[in-house]
Design a binder for this molecule. Structure first.
Ligand code: IPE
Ligand code: IPE
Ligand code: MG
Length: 247
């Protein structure tokens, strides 16, 4: 297949400079639907097809960790109808993708307040996590009922409890210890954060973990995001110089 001049191909990427961890704020489903005079739920449905495409592409490219912001702690305040539709879509997604994840050696993990999710969704999550737990090629991390502030509050509570029980000396607290008490313990920080639909904000996503992450915002609405655009972003990422505060 020939690619257009503006598109990037996998062969153009430097395989030694791939991001190990890509995190995505999948935004713009509602606007995608509105533009077509459809209801917001149709946008979420189309968005879940884009999730499939991007998971496949990341696995093919050789990304080790992919974190997808699927539902924030603030998203609970959306109309009940929309929240319920998102939850049932999530359940359907897990059920339809489990086999492919097993076949493609993808492990599923979840970050966020899993206990706030409907029982049926929790069951589907546990089932898929169990079925994929020994997989090693890529870890797909779904951020569900996730909020960076809630994650930090939870970390402070855990560490404070250890201090109370005499297990931790406050003077010995390090950045590593903080990271070890976040949902993302044993997951490296994202190298690249992508946000679709043009909004220049982080919306409470991975606040601690994105300290030195490269950020890429695209105007594309999430349901229109595809493999080609991901490759273009990766090409741009590889042209950037990451300095981590040094010279
Ligand atoms: C992102 O799309 C999906 C979720 C937050 C669950 P939105 O639903 O936020 O779409 P817009 O921002 O209204 O277009
Ligand atoms: C961020 O998108 C959350 C997810 C993508 C799950 P939102 O649409 O909820 O964020 P805001 O409202 O634009 O900040
Ligand atoms: Mg939005």
């Amino acid at each position: 297949m020939n690619s257009s001049p503006s598109s990037a191909s996998l062969a153009e990427l430097d395989t030694t400079k791939l991001p190990a961890h890509i995190a995505i704020i999948m935004d713009g489903n509602g606007r995608w639907a509105k533009k077509r005079l459809l209801n917001r739920v149709s946008g979420h449905e189309k968005g879940s097809d884009a999730v499939r495409t991007v998971v496949r592409a990341c696995r093919e490219i050789g990304v080790s960790y992919l974190t997808l912001y699927a539902f924030s702690t603030e998203n609970w305040q959306r109309p009940r109808f929309e929240v319920e539709a998102l939850m049932s879509l999530l359940k359907r997604f897990l059920e339809s993708e489990q086999n492919e994840m097993v076949e493609n050696n993808i492990r599923l993990r979840v970050i966020g307040q899993v206990d706030r999710l409907p029982e049926k969704v929790q069951e589907a999550l546990h089932q898929t996590m169990k079925a994929t737990r020994d997989n090693t090629a890529m870890t797909l991390i779904l951020a569900l009922s996730y909020g960076g502030r809630a994650e930090i509050v939870r970390m402070v509570q855990e560490v404070a409890n250890k201090i109370r029980h005499g297990e931790v000396d406050p003077d010995s607290i390090t950045a590593e210890m903080v990271a070890d008490h976040l949902y993302t313990r044993d997951i490296p920080d994202p190298d690249l954060l992508i946000r679709t639909s043009g909004e220049m904000r982080v919306s409470n996503f991975l606040l601690w973990q994105i300290a030195y992450t490269e950020i890429f915002v695209t105007p594309t609405l999430w349901p229109d995001f595809n493999r080609d655009e991901l490759l273009q972003i990766l090409k741009d990422y590889q042209s950037r110089e990451r300095r981590f505060g040094q010279v």
